[in-house]
Design a protein around this ligand. Structure first.
Ligand code: PEP
Ligand code: MG
Length: 589
């Protein structure tokens, strides 16, 4: 029995056989002759892909080195050597310049040759190197073509998906009914794979370093997304203890569902509990878990995995479906559609351009304001959907007041167009700003007069405030939602909203964490929006607390020394909550 430790990315427990997801060397490639005279250009493309692949490998190696004493670093160092091998590189380049083969075809031809040589060797060590060549070839071809093999089609029975890393589109394509959970080499607790795992209500452990090479496909493993561990070859005792945990998890959810409506405090006070949803992702339990509306509809998932923008009609149909589904959740239920949040790690083939620093680049609202046609089409589709049920528009990544002003001018233009065309829509559709860039939180008192609501995106707010990439597990220790810097920004934002009489929500993943989510309620947010499967735990916690309890909880960080770290504040808050609500111990394990 071996237990591997990674990051506790999506809470919950699961056990089942392993399905290893990889695009193993069979990346479909185009093959053609490069136009005479364009060989140099093709070489540049090849060299850029080699450089990117080298960066990928170096990133992986540094993650592994962090966890000292890992012999598997050598595997990837060897991959780096293959990638940089002068003879192989020369051969690939010669195929491009001499035979005028396109870069993909040149790589495949050269790697096929190398594979054949290794396969002929008698020494099993060298024969094994074929797998390394496969791996390097796969990485390089994926970089050149931007795509991998559709291994998701091979998942035909329930299993735990083990992968190097999964992009949002790969995760979305997996057949939901067969996925019991995720365990990945890379990825962090706040990456988009993590968000999707939570949206699907599945446990996930990421940042495991080399799990793909340690598991045997088909063998049962135990996945503990609450504590961030994966157990290989579990013995009988461990297996039966684990089954008890899985059963307790199920009972906890059932008892929370049958409790008072989500968001009811012990003294009858109310907080709105909403769901985060993604178009195209099967959503687990929005209604059963008691969501009173949709606080974050991540519209950019309509753009994923495609070469062209979705049309107005496609968008309208998707939004209308969401608005109609939401209308059935509660009498006042509203769908808050977040406009296209492209950029950062949400890159879209054929649309995103290469930027050296995409997280600080032309993303989200900036992209929309520099592509007004895209913005207007999206406004039209959302406004048309608003005729079918309560809808709100939310702008992502607002960093200054001019973005709100410019967007308002554009929205007014689209409304006039629809009026001229006689198209129905909600004239008073509320408009909100996400507060996820520190400048927006600092200027919340000014921004508040331009919008009807705020929704704090703590995933990005923590990332930008702490300058810690949300997708990089090497800096995940800095990713502290209860760091005093974040608490100050949150308080300022909430105070500004109250002063201007607008509502304020939290829709980042911290809303779903009982320690942080309840703390935001204690500070005064009106609603929490999260992946629906987390609602029962939060609802259960809130139902055990009065407003007076929450006021006391809000004081916990205040009573600590000013120098207390984010982790210390988190631990103190956690201990306070468990002392009040002992049943949370399991959910917060
Ligand atoms: C956030 O940043 O907290 C957020 C909700 O947006 P996303 O995670 O989609 O970037
Ligand atoms: Mg965000």
């Amino acid at each position: 029995m071996t237990t591997l430790s990674g990051l506790a990315t999506a809470r919950g427990y699961a056990f089942g056989p392993v399905f290893v997801y990889r695009g193993d060397g069979e990346v479909p490639i185009p093959q053609y002759l490069v136009e005479s005279g364009s060989e140099e250009e093709e070489l540049l493309r090849l060299r850029a892909a080699i450089k990117e692949t080298r960066r990928d490998l170096e990133g992986l190696i540094s993650v592994l080195r962090e966890r000292t004493g890992r012999s598997d670093v050598r595997v990837f160092e060897c991959h780096l050597m293959i990638l940089e091998d002068a003879i192989l590189t020369k051969e690939i380049e010669d195929h491009v310049t001499g035979d005028r083969l396109n870069a993909e075809a040149a790589v495949r031809k050269t790697m096929n040759g190398a594979r054949t040589q290794f396969e002929r060797m008698n020494d099993p060590y060298f024969r094994e190197r074929v797998r390394d060549i496969d791996d390097v070839e796969r990485r390089l071809l994926q970089r050149l073509t931007g795509r991998g093999r559709n291994t998701h089609l091979e998942l035909k029975s329930p299993a735990i998906v083990v992968a190097d890393d999964l992009t949002p589109s790969e995760t979305v394509q997996l057949p939901r009914e067969f996925v019991l959970g995720f365990a990945t080499n890379g990825g962090s607790a706040t990456s988009h794979v993590a968000l999707l795992a939570r949206a699907l209500g599945l446990p996930a452990v990421t940042g495991l370093g080399d799990i793909t090479s340690r598991v045997t496909p088909g063998k049962v493993i135990l996945l503990d997304g609450t504590n961030g561990t994966v157990t290989l070859n579990p013995d009988r005792d461990t297996m039966s203890q684990f089954s008890v945990l899985v059963e307790r998890q199920r009972e906890f959810t059932v008892s929370a569902i049958s409790g008072p409506p989500a968001g009811t405090l012990k003294d009858g006070g109310k907080v709105r509990i909403l769901a985060n949803i993604h178009p195209g992702v099967p959503v687990a339990g929005v209604k059963e878990f008691g969501a009173e509306g949709v606080g974050l509809y991540r519209s950019e998932y309509l753009w994923l995995d495609r070469e062209m923008e979705p049309t107005e009609e496609e968008q309208f149909e998707a939004y209308r479906k969401a608005v109609e589904m939401t209308a059935g959740l509660a009498p006042e239920a509203r769908t808050t559609i977040r406009m296209l949040d492209i950029g950062g790690d949400k890159l879209m083939r054929g649309i995103s351009t290469k930027e050296s620093n995409p997280f600080l680049g032309n993303r989200s609202i900036r992209y929309l304001l520099s592509h007004r046609d895209v913005m207007r089409t999206q406004f039209r589709a959302i406004l048309r959907a608003s005729a079918f049920g309560r809808t709100a528009i939310m702008y992502p990544m607002i960093s200054c007041v001019e973005e709100l002003r410019d967007a308002a001018v554009e929205l007014a233009t689209v409304k006039r167009q629809l009026d001229d065309e006689g198209v129905a829509y909600d004239r008073d559709i509320p408009v909100g700003a996400m507060i996820e860039v520190p400048s927006a939180a600092i200027m919340a008192d000014i921004l508040a007069s331009y919008v009807d609501f705020f929704s704090v995106g703590t995933n990005d707010l923590v990332q930008y405030t702490m300058a810690a990439d949300r997708g990089n597990d090497a800096v995940s220790h800095l990713y502290q939602p209860l760091n005093r810097a974040i608490i100050r920004l949150m308080k300022h934002t909430i105070d500004a909203a109250k002063k201007h009489g607008i509502s304020v929500a939290v829709c980042g993943e911290s809303a779903s964490d009982p320690v942080a989510g309840v703390y935001w309620v204690a500070l005064g947010v009106d609603s929490l929006s999260m992946s629906a499967t987390f609602i029962p735990a939060i609802a259960h916690a809130l139902s055990g607390l009065t407003r007076a309890d929450l006021d006391e909880y809000a004081q916990v960080p205040e009573r600590m020394p000013q120098g207390a770290t984010g982790d210390e504040i988190f631990a103190k808050c956690r201990a306070w909550l468990i002392a009040r609500l002992p049943f949370l111990e399991d959910a917060l394990a």
